[in-house]
Design a protein around this ligand. Sequence first.
Ligand SMILES: NC(=O)c1ccc[n+]([C@@H]2O[C@H](COP(=O)([O-])OP(=O)(O)OC[C@H]3O[C@@H](n4cnc5c(N)ncnc54)[C@H](OP(=O)(O)O)[C@@H]3O)[C@@H](O)[C@H]2O)c1
Length: 290
Amino acid sequence: MASASEARRGIVLFGAHGQLGRALTRALAGLGPVYALSHADCDITDEAAVHELVQRLRPGIIVNAAAYTAVDKAETECDAALRINAHAPGYLADAALAVGAWLVHYSTDYVFDGAAARPYREDDPTAPLNVYGETKRLGEEAVLARPITAFVLRTAWLYDREGRNFLTTIQRLAAQGPLRIVADQYGSPTPVTVLAQVTRAIMAHPRAADCAGLYHAACAGVTSWHGFAEAIVRSLGLAVAVSPIATADYRTAARRPAYSVLDGGRLKERLGIVLPPWDRALAELLTGAP
Ligand SMILES: NC(=O)c1ccc[n+]([C@@H]2O[C@H](COP(=O)([O-])OP(=O)(O)OC[C@H]3O[C@@H](n4cnc5c(N)ncnc54)[C@H](OP(=O)(O)O)[C@@H]3O)[C@@H](O)[C@H]2O)c1
């Protein structure tokens, strides 16, 4: 696949040690030099540090996989969530503007309130139910307000075979006894490997420069957390019962949307990129298939 000249100038990746960041480090290799930066390498809330680094490396593309992602903790750590998710993306966008770089940024299905009766499209009104969703919504706005080539990818229910996520949590809890999992929240589980490949495909797309903007990038299809847990248990051959419970029976600090399915039509129409159904993506992740 041909790589865009922007990628050949270099890709600066922030948040490289997060679950998406690790997948991006692998997926973007070969498009151009990748400067994979952890939190320790650069704190994205340090505006001067971000500018100095970007000026020094002068990349063609900046990718922001760094975020405050602790949805429940964000309810009490609003300031930290705001600085990382809302203010810092603006610093990255300003830095991109200063060197003429593209910016790829990620957002969430939790910008929606979950009251819809069909998959959400990019221009549907946002109405986050929790602090995390609100800070991510502000981050989207900060990026899209700058006159740069920016791709903001809203994704959902990210997971991987390692790290802290729903898949590894189910694996751990299954060893301890029967599982009770929320069955009335619906969404689309998306492996980080799939989102990283989508990111690569956008960067390498010959018309990408004309297609900047906001996109929904989650796997196709829909399930509940309970359905996702059942699929994990079945795929891994774990001998454990998985019972459905209601959100009301599982108290969390943050409210979550009951339905946050994302319509992937814009990504398909403008860039010809289609994400696989969530259950096939899970099977492929677990078997190591491409
Ligand atoms: N996880 C999901 O289910 C989900 C769903 C929808 C959308 N998203 C979005 O997808 C993107 C990737 O999420 P993820 O699941 O890969 O997150 P993650 O695993 O929590 O990784 C986030 C990374 O950001 C780093 N970070 C935090 N604050 C930072 C700062 N001030 N400066 C630099 N780095 C900082 C963290 O480092 P430390 O750990 O060292 O602080 C961590 O490595 C985010 O934009 C997230 O909002 C995630």
